[in-house]
Design a protein around this ligand. Structure first.
Ligand code: KIV
Ligand code: NA
Length: 265
């Protein structure tokens, strides 16, 4: 199959095809994702936690993401590679442009950054310079010190309204895709209905245009942290890594994952 492009994301949404995304950090797992039909592979700054064993994503550097992006790029032939801008690599538009340029030169086709507010200017700055951007709202792990932990976002009316407003602003700034993390299902569905760009959920219910999971969670590896409600072990169901990827892609495409047991009401 030909490589997936940024315009294909909007086309998938128009045609009602759900997008399946997984994280990967090396060529071997990237190839397994690609072979199993995953549409988007994310080199997430989650690598700080699942690969490096850190307590948060804050210690991750652009060098770390660039290294894993080069590794993952060698394993892909169809999936679109998204790379995270790590903590403070997007603190100013100029820093973000330098970091994003490095990640695209390492093989990414799109960069992801967390938040709205002052990040809207950065999103516009990157998009005007031909760098495709994915937004990320809700539980933004780089905000862990302010949040005081990893918890569901947008539960109160005011927070829900703010999240919805931020989602529309991120899309208006030029983001071509939007990740919603740990958001009540009804809110994520409402944001998806209002959003001009596809949404990808993680702990955000089945109403999003696609889903993403962290590779280690999806393979049932215990992280030493409490396992979030939305995590499902697809290795148990699939019987092998290849089977797990196929089971995940099929469940995302037919809307059976996430079910209510793996979502927040
Ligand atoms: O870093 C990551 O893996 C992510 C996903 C959880 C969306 O940002
Ligand atoms: Na991330």
């Amino acid at each position: 199959a030909r490589p997936l492009t940024v315009p294909d994301l909007a086309a998938a949404r128009r045609e009602g095809r759900k997008l399946a995304m997984l994280t990967a950090y090396d060529a071997g797992f990237a190839r397994a994702c690609d072979d199993g039909g995953v549409d988007l592979v994310l080199v997430g700054d989650s690598l700080g936690m699942v690969v490096q064993g850190q307590a948060s994503t804050l210690p991750v550097t652009v060098d770390d993401i660039a290294y894993h992006t080069r590794c993952v790029a060698r394993g892909l032939s169809r999936a679109l590679l998204v790379a995270d801008l790590p903590f403070q690599a997007d603190a100013t538009p100029g820093r973000a442009l330098d970091a994003a340029t490095r990640l695209l030169q390492a093989g990414a086709g799109m960069v992801k950054l967390e938040g709205a507010g002052h990040k809207l200017e950065t999103i516009r700055f990157l998009v005007e310079r031909e760098i495709p951007v994915c937004g990320h709202l809700g539980l933004t792990p780089q905000s862990v010190l302010r949040f005081g932990g990893f918890r569901v976002q947008g539960r109160e009316d005011a927070a829900a309204a703010k999240l919805r407003e931020d989602a529309l602003a991120v899309a208006a700034a030029g983001a071509a895709l939007l990740v919603l993390e740990c958001v009540p299902s009804a809110l994520a569905s409402a944001i998806t209905a209002a959003s001009p760009v596809p949404t990808i959920g993680i702990g955000a219910g089945a109403g999003c245009d696609g889903q993403v999971l962290v590779l280690h969670d999806f393979l049932g590896l215990e992280s030493g942290h409490r396992r979030p409600k939305f995590v499902k072990d697809f290795l148990e169901e699939g019987g092998s890594v290849a089977g797990a990827v196929r089971a995940y892609v099929a469940a995302v495409r037919d809307g059976s994952f996430p079910d209510e047991a793996h979502s927040y009401a």
